[in-house]
Ligand binder design. Structure first.
Ligand SMILES: C[S@@+](CC[C@H](N)C(=O)[O-])C[C@H]1O[C@@H](n2cnc3c(N)ncnc32)[C@H](O)[C@@H]1O
Length: 248
């Protein structure tokens, strides 16, 4: 099995190594979410159309339903991963012994992505056994930095990558440079003090938008662009860097 990072949106943001790996795959297993994000599946299909020259098949696996505001977050996510593992395992079990399966991972597999956990779960279940490798992809964090032409931290400083859910706690813990992902609520609205923000949505796509400036000044613009992107496509994916101002 090949687990292949495909970049964060554009069909041409794959590495040469990823394209070579795509061309060794016979069957792409593509989990499909039930939340109106069909054009994410379309991007994966476009990537195959553009970059895969040989015969291949795409098998869509409907994602099991998931409670988005559970009382016990870790337990709910774990049960969801198990259900996804079983669904993918069922497809893999139907492949021939000489067929190579491929999992296409949005961005890079190392950041807020469950594909590697799913593969580990399948192997731990013991029904199937197969070798696998990981081909890195460009993450949305890298693309955010490139589009804004920035280094994520000042000289020698650390940078923390976190989620909207953990942002406030992480700031309380003293972090000064934070990359925030998976933040459907723009949690930065609830920060106090002075911050600079570098925000990007739908990076790598035709609908890419960027905003940079003092957080309290540019927040209304970010809110407006975010709402517009969501209204136009039905979804928006955004990532931002926050840096505490020396006076903040
Ligand atoms: C499930 S995580 C996947 C991250 C992915 N593995 C990566 O390396 O970028 C989804 C989050 O990644 C960020 N993201 C993914 N694609 C993006 C894009 N094209 N533009 C901006 N942010 C993106 C958003 O914060 C989104 O909520």
């Amino acid at each position: 099995m090949r687990v292949i990072g495909i970049g964060p949106g554009g069909p041409d943001q794959l590495t040469v190594e990823a394209v070579a790996a795509l061309n060794e795959v016979d069957v792409f297993v593509v989990p499909v979410k039930d939340r109106g994000v069909d054009d994410l599946v379309a991007v994966r299909e476009e990537i195959c159309r553009r970059h895969v020259t040989g015969a291949h098949r795409i098998v869509e696996v409907p994602d099991p339903p998931r409670d988005r505001s559970p009382a016990d977050y870790e337990a709910t996510v774990s049960a969801w991963h198990e259900a996804r593992a079983v669904a993918v395992e069922t497809v893999l079990a139907g492949l021939g012994a000489d067929q190579v399966a491929g999992l296409l991972v949005w961005g890079d597999p190392s950041l807020y992505d469950s594909h590697l956990r799913i593969v580990e779960r399948i192997l731990a279940r013991g029904v199937l056994s197969f070798p696998y490798d990981v081909v890195p992809g460009v993450s949305s964090v890298q693309l955010l930095a490139a589009r804004h032409r920035i280094v994520l931290h000042r000289v020698g400083e650390p940078v923390t990558i976190t989620t909207g859910r953990r942002l406030l706690g992480t700031v309380e813990g003293g972090a000064d440079n934070l990359v925030v992902m998976l933040d459907g609520d723009l949690t930065c609205r609830r920060l106090s003090g002075d911050w600079e923000v570098w925000w990007g949505a739908n990076l790598g796509t035709a609908a890419e938008v960027l905003v940079h400036g003092p957080l309290r000044d540019v927040l209304p613009r970010i809110e407006e662009l975010r709402a517009r992107a969501k209204a136009e496509r039905g979804w928006v994916m955004d990532t931002y860097l926050l840096r505490r101002c020396p006076s903040g």
